[in-house]
Design a binder for this molecule. Structure first.
Ligand SMILES: Cc1ncc(COP(=O)(O)O)c(C=O)c1O
Length: 377
């Protein structure tokens, strides 16, 4: 069933459950064919009201903080696979109680916390730097030679007693051919240690649900790796789980023409609601608008509602003039949006809706003045 978003007030994040299920079915197929586990990275997507659906397909979630660990236990119904660059002493007990797997970013942290993890039967791993990543944006490259994330090969001479796994994360919206290159580097750097472990977490960034992803190639890669090294494999994508499963609905509030191009000022903010559009930077698709000028189209910069000068996107091109009240739909807005939003400038936070498979719409969250105020007192 195809939904239209007319009956949902702007601004709103809208999850389309039917599309989510399609993604989950594909991930489930990969798990079954490659005999691996796939878990959801909560840092990318944590809309827990949709977890009842997700947990029927995936095998849990990966957490990167105590809050995510709690959310996983509460709503995914399973202990978390946990990795953080460092764990705070006052949080480790609760993290160990509620995690099935914990990865450490340093041998020091492992030594510090191994006893408490052992006492809770936690499977422990070291996060390593596989030594290769083809992520072009430095901000998102965890594998640069100076990266603080993952022990480099030259620092790890043997697997300490008690460590049963290795963990790496080297991809970002990548295909299986990038993974293949990461695995070659990982084997080159850590291959001699693999007989001492029983599981490998290959992190996230596998964009398995992208239409051009070669799923069969991934399956054959994982199968042969597993056969060769006799290890269980875990993948922990975030973005891929909810890739192309929902939108951010916005509305034009005003049009100003102070510069060379008119700006449509919206009831949402790039800085506060879609920070990746400024940070990555990443150009979202806007339904019905072109990214490049073509004759006859009308150009508008899209302006956010905060007072930050840079809270705007470069022009999009529309087939007719925009007016206050017009709807703007930003596509593919489920991952790294709701988990990253702020209430900067006190701007109204978009509400959150789920469009269910039976056609009903559910407002799972509406934000008020109290949400803004209570963050600070
Ligand atoms: C350790 C780790 N695992 C998984 C992920 C999820 O990555 P993605 O959402 O790109 O699949 C990330 C993202 O930064 C990460 O740092």
């Amino acid at each position: 069933m195809l939904h239209d978003f007319d009956s949902i007030p702007s601004p709103a994040f809208i999850l389309e459950e039917e599309k989510l299920i399609k993604n989950l079915e594909l991930l489930s197929y990969v798990m079954q064919k490659a005999d691996c586990s796939i878990i959801l990275a909560l840092k990318g997507y944590a809309l827990w009201k949709s977890f009842p659906r997700i947990r029927t397909y995936l095998q849990g979630a990966t957490a990167s903080s105590l809050n995510e660990v709690r959310l996983c236990n509460e709503y995914m119904g399973s202990k978390a696979h946990t990795y953080a660059p460092a764990y705070a002493p006052h949080q480790i007990k609760e993290i160990a109680e509620q995690s099935s797997h914990i990865s450490f970013n340093s041998l020091i942290q492992y030594e510090l916390y191994k006893n408490i993890c052992n006492s809770h039967n936690v499977q422990m791993a070291l996060r390593v730097n596989p030594g290769y990543s083809d992520i072009a944006t430095e901000m998102y490259n965890p594998c640069s030679p100076d990266s603080r994330l993952g022990i480099p090969a030259k620092e790890l001479h043997k697997i300490p007693d008690g460590i049963t796994g290795l963990h790496f994360h080297a991809l970002c919206e990548s295909n299986s051919y990038s993974l293949e290159k990461v695995l070659q580097s990982f084997e080159k750097n850590f291959g001699h240690l693999l007989s001492q472990i029983s599981w490998i977490n290959m992190g996230g960034g596998h964009l398995i649900t992208h239409k051009d992803y070669n799923v069969e190639h991934l399956i054959s890669l994982l199968k042969s790796f597993k056969l060769k090294h006799n290890v269980d494999i875990i993948l922990e994508p975030g973005g891929a789980v909810v890739w192309q499963t929902g939108v951010l609905k916005a509305q034009v509030l005003d049009i100003v023409s102070y510069g060379s191009t008119a700006t449509a000022i919206l009831d949402v903010s790039f800085a506060a609601h879609m920070p990746d559009t400024l940070e990555m930077p990443y150009r979202p698709t806007v339904t019905g608008a072109e990214q490049e000028y073509k004759e006859g189209l009308f150009a508008y910069r899209l302006g956010g509602q905060t007072c930050l000068a840079g809270d705007f996107l470069d022009p999009y091109y529309f087939s007719s003039k925009l007016h206050p009240g017009d709807t703007i739909i930003f596509e593919d807005m489920m991952h790294y949006t709701m988990v990253k939003t702020t209430m900067f400038n006190g701007v109204h936070h978009p509400s959150i809706y789920i469009l269910h498979t039976n056609g009903t719409k559910e407002c799972v969250r509406d934000f008020t003045y109290l949400d803004y105020k209570n963050r600070m007192g």
